[in-house]
Design a protein around this ligand. Structure first.
Ligand code: UT7
Length: 343
């Protein structure tokens, strides 16, 4: 159902859901696979464990579970939705989109569904994109999901990266409504492609177009796997700088001060990056959501999983000011700000 554009339209979060696969891998298990220790992983990253998909469990499966939980939380059904947007770096297929697979799993029909790719910033990008479309009157209710099976693109023999990532999904139900002083505020997004080689996973698709002799060369990688490669230390330094800048930028865009922020809901890559951002905001540690110890880096799922974690603790109050931020391969980074809409 479309709505008419109105300058008074504000987008609210009506429901929040999450799903984590059952299997938990602790640091000690990794230490039996590569040259690492629980102590190194904890002290350098803050990670203690991560959830991993089962064999055959797809990104779409995680996403559908989180989305259904968000619908239940909002007291709505998929039939009430006008669109479904899925942020993921680990789509199940090149096409169709994982979003379309999730729509089918939920029993939805006809409404538009699409994926977006901004790696770990996917949910932050998605929130900005969907909010703009809803304020323009295109949709009244949208399911926005961040879902990842990062374990499927990790090189499990590379200690530099395999200790960092986990799988999971988080989702929100967004609803356009009246301006009651709550809801999504202005977002800020950035990308600088000159950094792309510091953090990437090459595409497994190696097919070639037909040659002049009309012979088609399909040199697909038999395994079809493209692993994450990262120059972690360089990524770390840029992440701390850019996140420090973007939180200032989003506060200025919304005319708020550091002291106004009630909760920081950051992308969960490394506890030391989170702490650096909180310090720049003069924010007490208990006002920052930390899930990295339990979830590790779940890329596009990380921010909605952190939001769900805060939500289910029951500490969120209507009108409180939340700052969401993320930094990702690309590099792509950004921040959203909102006043919590639920009682
Ligand atoms: O979500 C997208 C954005 N991603 C990020 O923000 C990740 C940013 N980067 C980081 O979080 C950190 O840079 C890492 C956790 C990846 C690495 O921490 P670091 O403190 O920057 O360590 P480093 O890369 O400088 O490596 C220090 C040492 C090296 O050994 P040498 O050369 O000093 O002998 C590494 O080989 O630690 C070694 N090392 C490990 N040792 C034990 C690297 N990985 C491991 C490991 N276990 N798993």
């Amino acid at each position: 159902m479309n709505t008419l554009p109105s300058t008074e339209t504000v987008v609210h979060i009506r429901g929040v859901g999450a799903y984590l696969p059952e299997r938990i891998m602790h640091n000690d298990e990794l230490a039996s696979m590569v040259d690492t220790t629980d102590e190194w992983i904890r002290s350098r990253t803050g990670i203690e464990q991560r959830h991993l998909v089962a064999v055959g469990q797809l990104t779409a499966d995680l996403a559908a579970q989180a989305a259904q939980a968000a619908l239940d939380d909002a007291g709505l059904t998929v039939a009430d939705m006008d669109a479904l947007v899925l942020a993921t770096t680990t789509p199940d297929m090149i096409f169709p989109s994982t979003a379309s697979m999730v729509q089918a799993r939920l029993g939805g029909k006809e409404f538009p569904a699409w994926d977006i790719q901004a790696v770990c910033s996917g949910f932050v990008y998605g929130l900005a994109q969907v909010e703009g479309m809803m304020r323009a009157g295109m949709f009244r209710r949208v399911l926005l999901i961040g879902a990842e099976s990062m374990s499927r693109i990790v090189d499990w023999s590379d200690r530099n990266t395999c200790v960092l990532f986990g799988d999971g999904a988080g989702a929100v139900v967004l609803e356009a409504g009246e301006n009651d002083g709550c809801g999504l505020m202005r977002s800020v997004l950035h990308c600088d492609g000159s950094y792309r080689e510091l953090l990437m996973a090459e595409h497994a698709m190696r097919g070639q177009p037909p040659h002049t002799d009309r012979q088609t060369v399909m040199d697909m990688d038999a395994a079809g796997v493209s692993a994450i490669q990262m120059r972690g230390n360089e990524v770390f330094r840029v992440a701390v700088t850019k996140l420090g800048e973007v939180v200032n930028e989003v506060m200025a865009a919304n005319g708020v001060q550091k002291s106004d922020i009630d909760w920081l809901v950051p992308h969960q890559a490394n506890i030391r990056i989170l702490q650096a951002t909180a310090k720049k905001l003069n924010l007490p540690q208990e006002r920052m959501v930390v899930t990295v110890a339990r979830h590790a880096n779940t890329s596009a799922a990380s921010v909605p999983l952190a939001l769900h974690d805060l939500y289910q603790r029951g500490e969120l109050k209507r009108g409180q000011l939340l700052l969401l931020e993320a930094f990702a391969g690309g590099f792509a980074w950004g921040a959203n700000m909102l006043r919590w809409s639920r009682d």
